[in-house]
Every structure is written in C-alpha cells, then in structure tokens.
Design a protein around this ligand. Structure first.
Ligand SMILES: O=C(O)CCC(=O)C(=O)O
Ligand SMILES: [Fe+2]
Length: 207
C-alpha cells in the first residue's frame, strides 16, 4: 500500500495555532491525502470492532450517541467516561495512520480511541481529554475520515473565547501544550443532512 508514501514531505508544513491563548492546536486539513483516503473510511467502518456503550444517568441506561472502540499496545484496561475498555491490538491500517501522526508530532502513541458518528444526530459533548492516565500536558493527535463535522473549543473560564473548525476527510488535528487544562471541546449534533464520520484520537497512556 502506498497510502502514506511521500506524504510527510508534502503536508507537514508548519501550521498556525488555531487557539488564541492557553494552549496549542494545529490543524493539517489534507494530512492523509493520497487517493486511498477515500478507502480508509470504508476499511475502518468494516474492520474496527465497534461497540455501543451506554452510561447510567439518574438511574436510566442511556446509549452513547456514537459507536466507540479502543485499540492499544499491551493488555491494560482503560476506563473512559465510566466505561471499562479492554484493548484490541492495532490493525495494520491503524498502525499506518498512527505512524504518520507520530512522525508529524515527533511523539509515540500507545493507544487510540475511535468514534463512529453515524449521522448528524451522533455527537460528543463538552469535555477535556484530562483523564489521570494522560500526562500533565498530553499531546493528542486526532485523525478524521468521512463527513466533515464541526469541532468546537470553548475556554473554561473566559466565556467569550470560542473556536470552531471543520474536521474534513483526511485531516489531522494536534492538541498539545496546556490545551486540555484550559479548553473544553465537542462535536455538536447537527440537524443538517450528514454522512457518517470516523475519528481516531491517538494518545499516550501512562499506566
Ligand atoms: O470526534 C472528534 O473529533 C473528537 C473526539 C474526542 O474528542 C475524543 O475522543 O476525546
Ligand atoms: Fe476529546
């Protein structure tokens, strides 16, 4: 597969920080850009072991508004949003996507959280990626495939500070520095007609 050959030479041009202060977020809209980018979504859709997780809210079991999966090196369980995740070993395609992100970040990742947004009704609410297993200032690389969804940041204390970007097919978003301490992020629901989207966030979990 030649999917990522030459890519780093062409698409790793320095990019501007999209946050105004208190963190660093870099967006590379055309990172996974070879012809194969259209096949990545389909392969992920069919080969990832998607699951429907649920959480209890006031005693009621409510499905997450998306499907999820967790891939990682080793066999350590990881609790995310109250759900115990047992890791699945990386597939060859996930490894290629991960290695390209690692080369761009100059950082190794040992795990990946995957989210499958089936349509505009699927979403992820406001949160920071600040689980205790992520180190003080985590570097998180987020790869997106399929439909473009809006990704929003809002500052935790400066209420008017908000940033919104579209995460398109083949984009790579890197969140680093103090971002998770000061900013929340979300993928809001939309009433617009919306195709499916798969997002992968690569993380380095300290056990
Ligand atoms: O789907 C996205 O772009 C965001 C995913 C995310 O924030 C997460 O997995 O923590
Ligand atoms: Fe997140």
């Amino acid at each position: 597969m030649t999917l990522f050959d030459n890519q780093l030479n062409i698409f790793n041009t320095p990019n501007q920080n999209i946050l105004p202060f208190d963190g660093e977020v870099l967006l590379y809209p055309n990172f996974y850009q070879e012809d194969g980018v259209y096949a990545i979504f389909e392969e992920l859709k069919h080969t990832i072991l998607w699951k429907q997780d649920a959480m209890k809210i006031y005693g009621k079991v409510v499905n997450f508004p998306r499907l999820t999966s967790w891939y990682a090196d080793g066999d350590q369980e990881y609790i995310y949003s109250g759900v115990v995740n047992t890791p699945i070993p990386f597939t060859p395609l996930l490894l290629k996507i991960k290695e390209a992100a690692e080369a761009q970040c100059d950082k190794q990742f040992n795990s990946a959280l995957l989210n499958y947004y089936r349509n505009g009704g699927d979403s992820m609410g406001w949160h920071s990626d600040d689980e205790k297993e992520l180190s003080g200032n985590p570097v998180i690389a987020s790869a997106s495939f399929g439909a473009t969804r809006t990704f929003q940041f809002k500052h935790k204390t400066q209420k008017n500070a908000r940033v919104s970007v579209g995460l398109n097919n083949g984009s790579l978003l890197i969140m680093q520095g103090a971002t998770q301490h000061h900013w929340l992020h979300q993928v809001p629901k939309t009433a617009k007609e919306m195709g499916p989207r798969i997002n992968i966030t690569f993380r380095d979990i300290k056990y």
